[in-house]
Design a protein around this ligand. Structure first.
Ligand SMILES: NC(=O)c1ccc[n+]([C@@H]2O[C@H](COP(=O)([O-])OP(=O)(O)OC[C@H]3O[C@@H](n4cnc5c(N)ncnc54)[C@H](OP(=O)(O)O)[C@@H]3O)[C@@H](O)[C@H]2O)c1
Length: 434
């Protein structure tokens, strides 16, 4: 039955995502009011600069720069907060919850850093927080993990959670470009921020993985406990060699139970070319969730962008209007209270590895490296030397694929390899997900 009393909402932030939300609310008003059971009325907008002209801003709406206008408006029940960063987004969110308003947000950094205390504040005030858009943009992975897969013990979550990195890796390989050139292009196209550090060094993906891990395994994993490596260490040669060996390199985010312990990592990883994850190209995201009952499920699509992200925000608004959020948020709070699992020490992670060295192009180099690896019980599966690279400088690229070994053994070997005079510059090691 349809209720004619509208749900009054406020939008804090009218940038990329905020204007996308306003656009969907305007263009789908009739359908949304049927799905929501009542009309959704955008009553107020708060931005930093109220004088900017804005597309999709409803005529006659109140636009201000003061969140107090929303806090003090008793007609507003739900605040959709689409301001990025921690300050002042954190203070804003606390003031809305304290004023008895429910909140929807797409701010992953805020949920990662202050989710625990904000959830607690919401619970204390009998309020809710919707955050579907905070992880993997348009892909409904929060509701999949917290609701649709509730019948499962989740065994693993694996995916590509940063579209910028995936775009860069795809462009490098497809167009034989260097990392630096593609990054510039990605910035020009708006796929990468002016400061892309959080995207390319794995921080953004690690924050998203941490949120998913907490929901799936009731275990809070701070960034320091996540084995984290960015794509900024990669060269075109790495992507090409991997491809010749039958792999794609992707920035892979992994939370996986090994017995009662959890492996949590974000690393450029060699993934067999025939696996679905390896085939996700461009700015898209993918999340594969394995449950003990359902087996493997995969969710892929646009992990960012105006309308895909707004799609998830609007779904949260509709869920709130129907009363679903009030039920699911309680269920999330109860799940988070389950016993947590311990994190597997980084040294114990056992995988195959891809090692790439720049070495002097002379005899005995391979023997010296193999000797050190052997003494750390790292056994070599294959070796490949790229003769064409850097030949004028008297160096060559050496790629070694290992058999299964531990991160601890490799760290031990690293310390000795660093002392070898024949190794030049930065070496890299990447895990292989067979
Ligand atoms: N863009 C995406 O594809 C995407 C995907 C997933 C999640 N998200 C998340 O969604 C959130 C919004 O992202 P966005 O891309 O839409 O950002 P954006 O385009 O930079 O827009 C931010 C909006 O917030 C407003 N704002 C900034 N500081 C403010 C303040 N102190 N008080 C009031 N308003 C303020 C800005 O006002 P002015 O317009 O006046 O400057 C602007 O309208 C972020 O947390 C982001 O991580 C974005």
């Amino acid at each position: 039955m349809k209720n004619e009393t509208p749900l009054n909402i406020a939008l804090i932030g009218f940038g990329t995502v905020g204007s996308g939300v306003a656009r969907i609310l305007a263009t789908q008003a009739e359908t949304l009011s049927i799905k929501a059971g009542r009309p959704i009325n955008l009553r107020r907008v708060v931005v930093r600069d109220a004088s900017k002209s804005r597309e999709y801003l409803p005529a006659g709406i109140s636009v201000s720069t003061d969140v107090a206008d929303v806090v003090n408006d008793p007609e507003i029940q739900l605040v959709v907060q689409l301001v990025g960063g921690i300050d002042p987004a954190h203070e804003y969110m606390k003031s809305f919850l304290a004023a008895g308003k429910d909140v929807v947000t797409a701010n992953k950094a805020l949920i990662y850093q202050h989710g625990e205390s904000l959830f607690q504040l919401a619970a204390t005030n009998g309020r809710t927080i919707g955050f579907e858009a905070a992880v993997a943009g348009g892909i409904p992975i929060i509701s999949a993990v917290t609701q649709a897969l509730a019948g499962n013990r989740i065994l693993s979550i694996e995916g590509i959670l940063n579209g910028t990195s995936n775009f860069i890796l795809t462009q490098m390989l497809d167009h034989e470009q260097t990392y630096e050139d593609v990054l510039k292009e990605a910035q020009a196209l708006g796929y990468a921020e002016a400061d892309p550090a959080m995207d390319v060094d794995g921080t953004d993906a690690a924050q998203k993985l941490s949120i998913l891990t907490e929901l799936a395994f009731a275990t809070r994993v701070p960034l320091e406990s996540i084995v984290r490596q960015g794509i900024d260490c990669l060269e075109l040669l790495d992507l090409q060699v991997a491809q010749e060996l039958g792999y794609k390199i992707k920035l892979l985010a992994t939370s996986r139970l090994h017995g009662e312990r959890l492996e949590v990592s974000v690393q450029p990883t060699l993934i067999r070319g025939d696996r679905t994850i390896a085939q996700i190209d461009g700015a898209d995201n993918i999340v594969a969730v394995e449950g003990d009952a359902v087996g493997m499920t995969t969710f892929s699509g646009a992990g960012a962008g105006q309308l895909p992200t707004a799609s998830a925000v609007v779904a949260d608004i509709v869920d709130y209007a129907t009363g679903r959020t009030q039920l699911t948020f309680q269920s999330i709070l109860r799940s988070l209270k389950q016993p947590s699992v311990s994190i597997q020490p980084q040294e114990e992670l056992s995988r195959r590895y891809y090692l790439r060295f720049t070495v002097d192009d002379r005899a005995h180099v391979l023997a010296d490296i193999a000797d050190i690896l052997g003494r750390h019980e790292i056994s070599i599966s294959s070796v490949r030397q790229d003769e064409s690279s850097e030949s004028s400088s008297g160096t060559a690229r050496l790629v070694i694929m290992t058999h299964h070994t531990t991160e601890g053994s490799l760290r031990g070997a690293d310390a000795e390899l660093k002392k070898l005079a024949c190794i030049q510059g930065q070496s890299i090691r990447l895990p292989v997900a067979d």
